[in-house]
Design a protein around this ligand. Sequence first.
Ligand code: FMN
Ligand code: SF4
Length: 471
Amino acid sequence: MKHYPDTNFSAFSFVIKQIITKKLIIDGGRCRGFKILFSPVKIGNMVVPNRFVVPPMGTNLANADGTVSEEAIDYWKARAEGGWGLLIVEVTAIDPLGKAIPYQPGLWDDSFIPGFKKLVDAVHRYGAKIAVQLHHAGRQTSSQIIGKQPVAPSPIPCLVSKEMPRELSTSEVYELVEKFGDAAIRAREAGFDAVEVHGAHGYLIAQFMSPHSNKRVDEFGGSFHNRIRFPVEVMRDIRRKVGGSYPIIFRISANEKVTGGRTVDESRAAARVIESAGADALHVSIGVYGSMQYIVPPADIPPGFILSDAEEIKKAVSVPIIGVGRINDPVLAMDAILSGKADLLAWGRQSLADPDTPNKISAGLIEEISPCIACNQGCIGYIFNPEKMKATCLVNQFCGREGKMKIKPYYILKSDTTFKSLCMLSLTLFACSNTSLACVTTILVLFAMSIVSFAPSTAALATSLIACIIS
Ligand SMILES: Cc1cc2nc3c(=O)[nH]c(=O)nc-3n(C[C@H](O)[C@H](O)[C@H](O)COP(=O)(O)O)c2cc1C
Ligand code: SF4
């Protein structure tokens, strides 16, 4: 049985790869072959400077009360500095009962705005655009995380958490619609360039949309039009509150990959309805918790495996499409754009493995990129592991610790014997020429060198020599 569609790009991308490789040689290492990836694109009234997107990824880096932490700011700053055009901040709860992970950021109250303002300002300094993903987990959480029984469209447990949720009353559903809109106002107030509505991965909005999890008998259940009513009401409420020109992205799972779940055919229809309800872009992902292996695919699922679904959705709408799913190669990304499968590409775990990926591609340093190996250990493996919690990356130990761990230039003489002999020689010379000018110069140069992180002994050696020469 075939679990995923063919990516169908290999022959075309092989030719492109050949051309680019030649071009790189012709250009003496400077990469001008990926021009399309560095061209701007519009989502509503937001101009994204290039096609590189960091998709929302829960990190558990927020403070316990849901406010933004310094660690999170450092994490996002590193990605803005690395050249990504659009950063989408992870699942951000519109209601405390909607949290999916313990250290998830929130936007259910005005008190969250100042922290996000700081984060947005830090990212804007590098010219990147930043959006936030508005989220409610519905049944895909547990009473251990939220302290109460989870809520859902219908009392059907999630295939993973297996906890029986409480069915939301009709009036509670309308209250949640308002909460999405209110959170969007706060996002705009914090300076975010856009919001992304999380309608994918089997969370609350997706639960309403899917016949797999929605068995309601009120106006929010039953027919396709009733099941899509909740996301449509959410989109309209946000649009009414944030105004006509503020960009709204909608994330959708094109295929839920579970028995009785939504397939691409209905997703095409859903995408059209969501577009007419006010979406300025669609972010096409896949899966629900019960098919997690598709949401965060391991190494045996081929790069770009969701792009054919993205193409199907793209044909149904006129707004830009963000593609995702093991995108880890500029040739694949460029091919996806040139062949009309997507307009922007989200490189999820690749942005954890190497936050400087876009800058390296731009500089033609393709071989310098640390690739994500799709091991799923440091990232998704850690955030669902109570003993680890915070996301990091197996190939990038700096991930999530950007403010604490830094690489600084540290020059030291390689040969110990040569180093010792030179030290002795310079100290002797220094002792013979100990004038006051030499002393002052020594102190000043030592101070300057300590700023640029020379090893103290190397600095002492160098300054002794300089002092000798001067005196
Ligand atoms: C650690 C981790 C956390 C994630 N959290 C979110 C999230 O908050 N919201 C969301 O829509 N998708 C989330 N995802 C899915 C990613 O956005 C992305 O769709 C997925 O990783 C596939 O892309 P990739 O193969 O480029 O990593 C998460 C993925 C990972 C690895
Ligand atoms: S931990 Fe593994 S899967 Fe996750 S980002 Fe790093 S290399 Fe990729």
